[in-house]
Design a protein around this ligand. Structure first.
Ligand SMILES: CC(C)(COP(=O)(O)OP(=O)(O)OC[C@H]1O[C@@H](n2cnc3c(N)ncnc32)[C@H](O)[C@@H]1OP(=O)(O)O)[C@@H](O)C(=O)NCCC(=O)NCCS
Length: 178
C-alpha cells in the first residue's frame, strides 16, 4: 500500500468491482475518460477486467481509498510502460461525489512517487481533453506541464475537441519534492 496525505493506493479487491462498474458508467466520468464511444460497460466485462489483471504485466492498476475510513473512491494506474525509454502513460478517475476535495491530486502524487521511486521511470505522460479543466488543474498541482495540443482529436457530444498532452520528468519531480 502506498500512502498519501488523504488517500492510499492499494490493490483492487473483488468487492470493489460492482462499485468500480457503477463509477465508470457515470456519464460524466465516462465523458472525461474514454476516447472511444461512451457506451455503458457491462458488469460481466468489468469482472473480466478484474480477473485479467496479472501481477508482473505492464499494467499497474491501483484502487484509491480514503485514508480516514477506507472508502473506495476510484482508481488510477499505469496504462503503458516503455521500459527502454523509461516512460509511462498514466490515468485516474474518481466517482463524481468525491471530486474537488483534493483526493485526485493526492492520489496522483502518490502514484508519481511509486513510479519514480519503485519503477525508476524518467518520464510520466498523460492525455486529457480540453473540456476537462478540473483534471488539468489537478495535474498541474502535481507538477505536470502542458506539452502539446492535439487539435480536434476527440469527437464528443456532437463536436470535435482538443486533446492535451501533459508530462512530468524525474528531475522536475525531484525538484518539487526536495
Ligand atoms: C480529474 C480528477 C481525478 C481530479 O481529482 P479531484 O479530486 O477532483 O481534483 P482536486 O480536488 O485534487 O483538484 C481539482 C482542482 O481543479 C479545480 N477545478 C474544479 N473545477 C474546475 C473548472 N471548471 N475549471 C478550473 N478549475 C477547476 C479545483 O478548484 C481544484 O483546484 P484548486 O485546488 O486549485 O482549487 C477527478 O475530478 C475525476 O476523476 N474526474 C472524472 C474523471 C477524469 O476526468 N479523469 C481524468 C481523465 S484525463
Amino acid at each position: 500500500m502506498f500512502e498519501g496525505k488523504l488517500t492510499r493506493l492499494r490493490e483492487y479487491h473483488k468487492e470493489d468491482v460492482p462499485l468500480a462498474w457503477k463509477y465508470v458508467n457515470d456519464p460524466e466520468v465516462k465523458r472525461n475518460l474514454t476516447p472511444g464511444v461512451p457506451f455503458p460497460i457491462r458488469l460481466e466485462d468489468e469482472e473480466k477486467w478484474y480477473d485479467q489483471q496479472e501481477a508482473g504485466k505492464d499494467t499497474f492498476n491501483f484502487a484509491i481509498e480514503r485514508r480516514e475510513d477506507s472508502t473506495y473512491l476510484g482508481g488510477c494506474g499505469i496504462n503503458e510502460v516503455d521500459w527502454k525509454n523509461r516512460c509511462v502513460v498514466v490515468g485516474i478517475f474518481l466517482a463524481r461525489e468525491f471530486w474537488d476535495k483534493g483526493y485526485g491530486t493526492d492520489a496522483m502524487k502518490t502514484l508519481l512517487r511509486f513510479i519514480f521511486e519503485q519503477m525508476n521511470i524518467h518520464r510520466v505522460e498523460l492525455r486529457t481533453y480540453s473540456f476537462n479543466p478540473r483534471a488539468q488543474r489537478s495535474y498541474e498541482k502535481c507538477g505536470f506541464k502542458k506539452e502539446a495540443t492535439l487539435r480536434q482529436r476527440v469527437f464528443r457530444d456532437g463536436q470535435y475537441h482538443d486533446e492535451i498532452v501533459m508530462a512530468i520528468l524525474h528531475n522536475e519531480w525531484i525538484a518539487l519534492n526536495d
